[in-house]
Design a binder for this molecule. Structure first.
Ligand SMILES: Nc1ncnc2c1ncn2[C@@H]1O[C@H](COP(=O)(O)OP(=O)(O)O)[C@@H](O)[C@H]1O
Ligand SMILES: [Mg+2]
Length: 260
């Protein structure tokens, strides 16, 4: 939808673009024209999809809360709710997940390879699973989205937003989350919760990595093109207490987009 709507020249001339340039100058280090242009494009997507995604550092409760929410919504809207995860959901994305997130290889994966693999999984999940479900008027609840790769590879791995956005542009296209539930816990708390689990390779990263990821999410939650889709959830309380907030924000959102 969005790539054809505005010419890049028109965007570069607009007041809003100039304002965003100022905004981004103080916010991210790797600012480039491409980043601004993408940001601008992302801001013009218009209608919000019933696409609810969970984001946050490792161990913040994304998987727990996204499953609770999907079950809750399934009771309200039978046959109209789908839970997905990134990477994953579907045979091919799950196979990619094993390669990108597994700990079975001795060889170190280059961060660029990692970013392409996440984007490849995302392209498949969004086109083959998520998009068809929206076409049938369904709600999708997802454990992670493209925002994860901006935070983990862009900030955590240090690739920067431009590189990660470039790789993801065609994978994401216009399938942007309508509501981002960003569960916020101190990275130390998340890491200690996650330690007991089977684990993927991020769980063994040093704590500085998780702090960079947190910075990424904090920056993203304040960006002009994203902030009206972000809700910050305090993830420090019990699972039940967090879920009260998750439910309230979701129902408010569905009301806002007049989902029926
Ligand atoms: N609010 C919470 N308080 C305490 N433990 C939690 C809470 N939410 C989740 N957990 C536990 O912490 C671990 C990580 O949760 P998970 O949902 O897998 O996080 P994420 O998917 O964000 O990495 C799990 O063992 C889960 O049961
Ligand atoms: Mg998880």
């Amino acid at each position: 939808m969005w790539p054809n709507r505005f010419s890049l020249d028109a965007i570069a001339d607009s007041e809003f673009y100039k304002y965003q340039q100022e905004f981004f100058r103080g916010l991210v280090q790797d600012v480039s024209d491409t980043t601004y242009i993408y940001a601008q494009l992302f801001s013009y997507t218009g209608m919000k999809l019933p696409y609810i995604v969970f984001e946050g550092v490792v161990g913040s409760g994304k998987t727990t809360q996204s499953k609770l929410l999907a079950d809750f919504l399934k009771e309200k809207f039978p046959d109209r709710v789908l839970w997905t995860r990134e990477p994953g959901s579907g045979e091919i994305p799950e196979a990619i997940r094993k390669v990108v997130q597994g700990t079975i290889y001795d060889e170190i994966m280059d961060p660029i390879t990692e970013t392409y693999l996440y984007a490849a999984s995302r392209a498949q999940t969004l086109r083959k699973i998520v998009k068809p479900f929206f076409d049938m008027k369904g709600i999708v609840v997802s454990d992670r989205s493209y925002l994860s790769t901006l935070a983990f590879q862009g900030y955590g791995r240090g690739l920067g937003l431009k590189t990660v956005l470039d790789i993801n542009k065609t994978a994401v296209d216009d399938l942007l989350p309508g509501l981002v539930l960003y569960i916020k816990v101190p990275p130390e708390v998340g890491a200690s919760r996650a330690k007991d689990q089977k684990g993927d390779k991020f769980e063994s990263q040093p704590i500085e990595f998780h702090h960079r990821v947190e910075k990424g999410y904090d920056d993203l939650s304040r960006m002009p093109f994203l902030k009206d889709r972000f809700v910050i959830i305090n993830g420090n309380s019990s699972i039940d207490e967090v879920f009260v907030d998750v439910k309230r924000e979701t129902l408010n959102f569905l009301k806002e987009i007049k989902y029926k």
